[in-house]
Ligand binder design. Structure first.
Ligand code: AP5
Ligand code: MG
Length: 230
């Protein structure tokens, strides 16, 4: 079983890079933000509750998030591993994940931190469009779709996330970065943290991730070889 955690501040490129890793390892991506957005779109109680926090730029409470994540990890497609995007986001979540994996004799193999300065992240999130069907991310300038307004991968409509408004971006940074530092510390202590410079193009970041995965004993074909990394 391979368990890869993608870490990074909002907008660093977790959602862009996680599917590239997952595809090569033939395991699913589990992105808690995408799960919450899907639940909110479906109008479930959990989705409505989560939306209140997301729209305010706050983290959804650990109790709700951990339950959602552990349910998802219990599904058959996660038997051989998972790439986690956006989880864990707090020390409590990191501990809950460790405990759940330890119960199966497993552990997090590597936590990849994509590191980029705040000004760059604001530029990335302000120009981001994602698809309705699966949340595939695009950027007006850095990663435009082939047909404006349409997802290259599944043809669904592109939209801008409610939490990508400038004031919510600021709130997300202000309210979530301390908890991210706690999670970084957690994985540094357990010896699985690897850092990739996120202030490079999408292909270069993908190559950096391939390298750090290899250092951690996970060998994947380089995404740069592909025609389109998305
Ligand atoms: P979530 O959806 O996880 O959002 P996030 O962590 O804020 O991260 P983003 O999705 O904004 O950024 P990303 O790193 O995926 O970047 P992307 O690849 O899209 O969470 C949303 C909310 O849900 C949270 O605020 C919270 O309320 C709640 N939540 C989720 N998980 C939770 C948890 N575990 N606990 C509690 N609450 C939780 O890239 C960004 C843009 O940049 C795109 O346009 C992309 O095309 C572009 N781009 C990517 N890489 C590059 C590059 N190298 N160069 C240029 N442009 C690039
Ligand atoms: Mg994302």
């Amino acid at each position: 079983m391979n368990v890869v955690v993608m870490l990074g501040a909002p907008g660093t490129g977790k959602g862009t890079q996680a599917p590239l890793v997952a595809k090569r390892l033939r395991i699913p991506v589990v992105a808690t933000g995408d799960l919450f957005r899907a639940a909110a779109r479906d109008g479930t109680t959990l989705g409505m509750e989560a939306r209140r926090y997301m729209d305010a730029g706050q983290l959804v409470p650990d109790e709700i998030t951990v339950r959602l994540l552990l349910d998802r990890l219990g599904r058959p497609d996660a038997t051989h591993g998972v790439v986690l995007d956006g989880f864990p986001r707090t020390s409590i979540q990191a501990k809950a994940l460790d405990d759940a994996l330890a119960a199966k004799g497993e552990r997090v193999d590597v936590a990849v931190l994509i590191d980029a300065p705040e000004e760059e992240l604001v530029r990335r999130m302000s120009g981001r469009w994602i698809c309705r069907a699966a949340g595939h991310p695009y950027h007006e300038v850095f990663s435009p779709p082939l047909v404006p307004g349409t997802c290259d991968l599944d043809g669904s409509e592109l939209y801008q996330r409610a939490d990508d408004q400038p004031e919510t971006i600021r709130a997300r940074m202000a309210q979530q970065l301390d908890a991210l530092e706690d999670v970084i510390g957690h994985y540094r202590r357990s010896g699985v943290l690897r850092t990739v410079d996120g202030l490079q193009g999408i292909h270069e970041v993908a190559a950096g991730i391939t390298r750090v995965l290899a250092e951690a004993g996970i060998h994947i074909e380089d995404a740069v070889a592909e025609h389109d990394p998305r």
